[in-house]
Design a protein around this ligand. Structure first.
Ligand code: OGA
Ligand code: NI
Length: 364
């Protein structure tokens, strides 16, 4: 190992052992971006351009229609599937979740990250089978450069149970209320996607993806040298579906026609994206699209993704849905279990290839 590699590992360990994340660096007066966060010249040279045109991911209006309104249901279902094919992302407005619930969630997420370092430290862990963890960069020792963000996770993927006792009191009520609402929205999205794919309305719900989920709370402090680093490397989500709440700062970008396109914040909206597992079971009808978060000199930015993973211990075998395969559309992916999917996720850095690993003809 070269001297610079050794010194990088020492720096990563020192950062990790401080257990106070990027926010801890800021609080200790850091005014430059430390080397462990700096993207390599090679990484930057491979980057895509940022789109300058004023285009954005589709915005779907879920107002005033119920499951009984067949025409409106079919219309929104088709819009949702086409957004999921072309962008892999869409925003939903008028989803029925009170704005206060969303505002409170962002505020309490902020409060968790901005409390004293000692109060957060006891949750700092890389044991992701635990229900509640606070950490910076889950892939710290695997990625080529660290991301300018801290996280907490409230994760039921392993236990299958939502245990309120595991939540810090500073955000307990907000999290429980928020999660309950998002679980209901997930049902609605899965039903609409099923209808839009000409499946029975309950088909995607039967995948049992709500049996295990992980609520993340990403905290992106303002960055003194934003051009040197990223808030989150380009990646595709490994799980089935993600529903994300962001504040009004902006920074999330999706890769569309080989350009990074900004996902502009809309107050009160939620962002939905398709993950690798849903792309696999839909046999490429729905797309899991690369996205990233740029670092900014304003902030902090807060976002809360709820990743629907399914239950880690489930014995269910997943593969392309039978109704979606035919002679013209033969299966593209191997069968997989949730355990295989999650184990693969934790074995790699965020920006490593994901879905290729599960292709039938994969050599990975
Ligand atoms: C993620 C992610 C986007 C955001 O955590 O997987 O893509 O806006 N986050 O923070
Ligand atoms: Ni993501």
């Amino acid at each position: 190992m070269s001297d610079s590699e050794c010194s990088r590992i020492d720096d990563l360990k020192a950062f990790d052992e401080a257990k106070s994340g990027v926010q801890g660096l800021i609080e200790s007066g850091t005014t430059t971006v430390p080397t462990i966060f700096v993207r390599s010249t090679e990484d930057r040279s491979k980057d895509f351009d940022t789109c300058v045109e004023n285009i954005s991911v589709p915005v779907l209006d879920l107002a005033n229609f119920s499951a009984n309104d067949d025409n409106r249901t079919t219309e929104v279902a088709k819009e949702m599937v086409s957004a999921s094919k072309e962008w892999g992302f869409f925003q939903v407005v008028n989803h029925g979740i009170p704005l206060e619930t969303l505002d409170k969630m962002i505020e309490c997420g902020r409060m968790f990250h901005e409390q004293d370092a000692e109060a957060k430290m006891k949750y700092y862990s890389r044991d992701f089978s635990m229900t509640f963890t606070y950490v910076s960069n889950h892939d710290l020792y695997k990625s080529t450069s660290a991301n300018w963000r801290d996280n907490f996770y409230f994760n039921t993927t392993f236990s299958g149970k939502m245990d309120p006792q595991q939540l810090p009191s500073i955000c307990k009520d907000a999290v429980l209320e928020y999660v309950n609402q998002i679980l209901k929205l997930c049902d609605r999205v899965l039903m609409l996607l099923s209808i839009g794919l000409d499946l029975k309305p309950e088909t995607l719900g039967e995948l049992e993806i709500k049996k295990g989920w992980n609520l993340g709370c990403n905290y992106y402090p303002a960055c003194p040298e934003p051009e040197l680093t990223l808030g989150a490397h380009g990646h595709a989500d490994t799980n089935f579906l993600t529903i994300l709440l962001q504040d009004q700062i902006g920074g999330l970008q999706v890769l569309h026609q080989n350009k990074w396109v900004n996902v502009n914040p809309i107050y009160g909206a939620l962002i939905v994206n398709i993950g690798d597992a849903l792309q696999m079971v839909s046999n490429d009808q729905l797309k899991s699209v690369y996205h990233r978060v740029i670092a900014k000199n304003v902030g902090p930015r807060i976002s809360l993704p709820l990743f629907f993973n399914g239950l880690f211990s489930s014995k269910k075998i997943y593969g392309p849905i039978k109704e979606l395969i035919s002679e013209e559309n033969p299966p593209i992916y191997k069968d997989f279990t949730i355990e295989e999917m999650m184990t693969y996720f934790f074995s790699k850095s965020l920006d490593d290839l994901g879905i290729e690993h599960f292709k039938l003809n994969s050599i990975l």
